[in-house]
Design a protein around this ligand. Structure first.
Ligand SMILES: *[C@@H]1O[C@H](CO)[C@@H](O)[C@H](O)[C@H]1NC(C)=O
Ligand SMILES: *[C@@H]1O[C@H](CO)[C@@H](O)[C@H](O)[C@H]1NC(C)=O
Ligand SMILES: *[C@@H]1O[C@H](CO)[C@@H](O)[C@H](O)[C@H]1NC(C)=O
Ligand SMILES: *[C@@H]1O[C@H](CO)[C@@H](O)[C@H](O)[C@H]1NC(C)=O
Length: 776
């Protein structure tokens, strides 16, 4: 079959290639190896050969200039081989987006489903919902590609850095502050997008779309008090790296089987992430068996020389990143300097070839080298799947399931339907559409503001923006708003933040509500006939202590950035067509938390210096609301039905001892126990969960583990499992958890090794505690 290309007439090459190009420019998805073109004669087009061999064949045919040109996100076409251009950079954080360069909404497909911003979806604590969303995103992405509107199928999501500091402008993109949640989210997101099953293990070579775990690693400062992510050197302890910063990435790669990772801008302990051989090659590729491609964040190679001064010359920076294991640059530094890096003998061809083989292997796994992709497993996904009824329903469900009820004095909520007048007041009530989407949004199929969502529920709705300048609220029309409030039966205030307050490249410096918002709330609440409802749209937490303790604020709802159907979801919750069940995925800190430098990466509290630690796992200070907090219109209770053993003897491998405050602590090293032993040990717990109210509801059950005696370095408590259960009024259901002692009972020691300490533990669910003893 494989004729040498030289035996095919040149004229045939040219016409068939032009044809391919023309087609690609119209609605055909760009691809290589058409049966009508020259390329089937190349081994790289032979889909019967293993992909590494095909990629190697392709790379062996490239000239040096062709090779160097492929090492950046905008990879040019290679016409003589029938290879179209490729765009590595596309975004799909909470829906297919045109925030990167690969996706265009200017053909048949003009929009895509805009799911809630991730921080709200997180609050459902429902992994199946998360998976369903990313699967929908993956299918919509394929549909966009099949319609000829995508120049690439590599998406730079999910963002799985833990939301360590409440000020972080990009915390909204994550599932919050807990590493286990981030790890589990990363796994199901990748599986859904790439075409694997929920349980995993079904993913073969072929990819529906390619996911990318970012930003590797310890990236969570954007721009704080003049210090930006490009120069920030995160000082991270081995201990925090092992049990906070790295676990999401390890899971994303090992269980999710992500085909991409992105190295972050920042340095970690002096070394730029993209130039860190230990991180990219030793940890990701060798230890975790990562087999995909590694991209830089956009511009992250140039800064290694230009801003960080880590590399003496541009050529050194390029040599550093390829030696470390990076494969493609988002940017054009390589375009400018790779040639001289090669001629100065700083960049070996073998490293270029390795990178190219990784890159072309991904494009091949995406089915872009198998001729017309309509024949491939994903080739039949059509535009009708984009913004389909099912996907919109899922977007609505995600918003509803995430919304968190923070306060509901005297059951003010739900409000009675119809026959009452309602005033909707505040800068986010009818905020120009995009506020409800958060960042990295695409083009929503339809967008419903809260105000629109109220239509059909309240007979008589009056609207007043409250502030003149959006959530910034430097200028407010408080008296007008008060007058509006006085006239109606019920008042709903819609306040919070938007991207002017928290965004990429912009961390917050203040944790309260901006400008005159607090004053507006207070004045309106005071003047209203009844206590008011406060709705907060924001990603990061805000200190709303004054509203929390204000008797005239009867109900408080947090709705993150709820996506295109967020207005419908909120109205359904407010008027009782949906029972809220979301729980906060982040600690809400008081305002004065900002005395802690954002750049202090330490997770663990240090009582000697007054450092309070971070996140519910280590933070020891006062809170406005706690991680996992959330009310509902009904009450739930738990009881323990079974615990497989209440004493766990771990007698394999040797026992180690350490002394702290003249107390001897016995422990096992997880590494000593080995994978097999770890897999053989498990603990199962079955809980009964009862809905005592008169309304059906979806309820996330959060299982925590706590040491009986929390010593220095131990988490205060640690989430070890979560599941969402749907219960009718009065119904009881069973929820089971399987715990793996090596994973769930371990903590990192100062050397960065996971250990299981002997002692008494408590399993916590709601206000219930069940003892568990561990001996080693
Ligand atoms: C869509 O936009 C791209 C990039 O701007 C352009 O090349 C392409 O021709 C446009 N397609 C249509 C159908 O307008
Ligand atoms: C997820 O999708 C499956 C299959 O379509 C469906 O049965 C299930 O109800 C969905 N679950 C959630 C929480 O969206
Ligand atoms: C709400 O915003 C939309 C779009 O920005 C605008 O057309 C509409 O008039 C606004 N509604 C009110 C009541 O101001
Ligand atoms: C380890 O404990 C198990 C029970 O948990 C027991 O069956 C086994 O004999 C013990 N092994 C040793 C070497 O003590």
């Amino acid at each position: 079959m494989a004729l040498p290309p030289s035996s095919v007439p040149t004229a045939f090459f040219i016409t068939s290639f032009l044809l391919t190009l023309l087609l690609a420019e119209s609605t055909q998805p760009p691809h290589s190896c058409d049966s009508s073109s020259n390329s089937p004669y190349y081994a790289f087009c032979n889909s019967k050969l293993p992909i590494p061999q095909r990629a190697k064949d392709l790379v062996s045919r490239l000239t040096l200039d062709e090779k160097l040109a492929q090492l950046v996100n905008s990879a040019p076409a290679i016409p003589r081989l029938g290879i179209p251009k490729y765009q590595w950079w596309s975004e799909a954080l909470h829906g297919v987006a045109d925030a990167g360069l690969g996706i265009r909404f200017n053909g048949t497909i003009k929009s895509a489903t805009s799911f809630p911003q991730v921080i709200l979806t997180a609050a459902s604590f429902d992994q199946i919902l998360w998976y369903n969303i990313s699967k929908a995103i993956g299918r919509e992405a394929r549909a966009v590609y099949n319609a000829g509107q995508a120049l690439g199928m590599t998406f730079w999501a999910p963002n799985i850095n833990v939301f360590r500091d409440p000020r972080w402008g990009r915390g909204q993109e994550t599932v919050g502050e807990d590493p286990l949640m981030n790890a589990k989210y990363s796994v199901v997101y990748v599986r859904g997008l790439q075409g694997d099953s929920f349980e995993g293990g079904k993913l073969g070579e072929s990819l529906q779309a390619s996911a990318c775990c970012k930003h590797f690693t310890a990236y969570d400062v954007d721009q704080w008090k003049g210090l930006d992510r490009f120069v920030f050197d995160a000082r991270v302890s081995k201990q925090d790296l092992a049990d906070t910063y790295q676990p999401p990435f390890q899971s994303c790669i090992q269980q999710g089987r992500a085909s991409g990772i992105m190295c972050a801008y920042n340095r970690v302990n002096g070394v730029p992430n993209c130039a860190d051989f230990n991180l990219l090659t030793k940890t990701a590729r060798q230890q975790w068996k990562f087999d995909g491609y590694i991209t830089s964040d956009c511009g992250a190679v140039s800064i290694i020389h230009d801003k960080q001064g880590y590399a003496k010359t541009a050529e050194d920076a390029i040599a550093d990143v390829f030696r470390a294991g990076m494969d493609v640059e988002c940017g054009d530094y390589i375009t400018k300097h790779a040639k001289s890096a090669v001629s100065q003998k700083k960049l070996p061809i073998s490293q270029i070839d390795r990178a190219l083989q990784n890159l072309f292997a991904i494009r091949m796994r995406l089915g872009l080298f198998d001729g017309n992709p309509t024949k491939l497993p994903y080739g039949t996904i059509g535009p009708n799947e984009v913004c389909s009824k099912e996907h919109l329903q899922l977007a609505l469900e995600a918003a509803r399931d995430g919304i968190v009820l923070l306060k509901n004095t005297d059951s003010l909520l739900p409000l009675p339907k119809t026959s009452h007048s309602v005033a909707v007041i505040g800068p986010n009530a009818n905020a120009s559409s995009l506020v409800s989407l958060g960042n990295y949004y695409g083009r929503p199929c339809k967008l419903v503001t809260l105000l629109q969502g109220f239509e059909g529920y309240a007979k008589d709705t009056t609207y007043h923006p409250g502030c003149d300048d959006g959530p910034q609220c430097a200028s407010a029309r408080i008296e007008e708003a008060v007058e509006v409030a006085k006239r109606v039966d019920y008042v709903v205030l819609v306040m919070g933040l938007d991207q002017s307050q928290e965004r990429e490249s912009h961390d917050r410096e203040y944790l309260g509500l901006p400008g005159k918002q607090e004053e507006l709330i207070k004045s309106v609440a005071k003047a209203s006939k009844r206590p008011v409802v406060l709705v907060l749209l924001c990603g990061g937490p805000v200190d709303i202590t004054s509203a929390k303790f204000d008797n005239k604020v009867g109900g408080i709802l947090w709705a993150g950035y709820p996506g295109e159907l967020g207005g419908v979801a909120l109205a359904q919750v407010i008027f009782g067509d949906h029972n809220p069940g979301g729980k906060l995925p982040i600690t809400w800190y008081p305002k004065d938390f900002i005395r802690i430098p954002m750049t202090d990466m330490r997770m663990r509290a240090d009582s000697a210096s007054g450092y309070p630690g971070r996140t519910y796992r280590f933070y020891t200070g006062p809170k406005v609301y706690e991680f996992g907090y959330g009310l509902s219109y009904t009450k739930y209770s738990y009881n323990l039905l079974s615990l497989s053993q209440n004493t766990l003897h771990i007698n394999q491998s040797s026992t180690h001892l350490m002394t702290e405050n003249s107390e001897t602590i016995r422990y096992k090293l997880v590494a000593d126990l080995g994978e097999q032993t770890c897999q053989s040990m498990s603990l199962s717990i079955t809980l009964g969960v009862t809905n005592h109210g008169n309304m059906a509801g979806k309820h996330p059950v959060l299982l925590f583990l706590k040491k009986g005696q929390v010593r220095n370095g131990n988490p205060v408590k640690q989430l070890v499992g979560f599941q969402s259960v749907k219960l009718n009024a009065g119904e009881t259901a069973q929820v089971g958890f399987e715990l793996s002692p090596c994973e769930h009972l371990s903590v990192a020691n100062e050397a960065g090794s996971l250990v299981i300490e002997e002692g008494s533990y408590l399993l916590l669910v709601g206000d219930q505690e069940y003892p568990l003893k561990v001996t080693v």
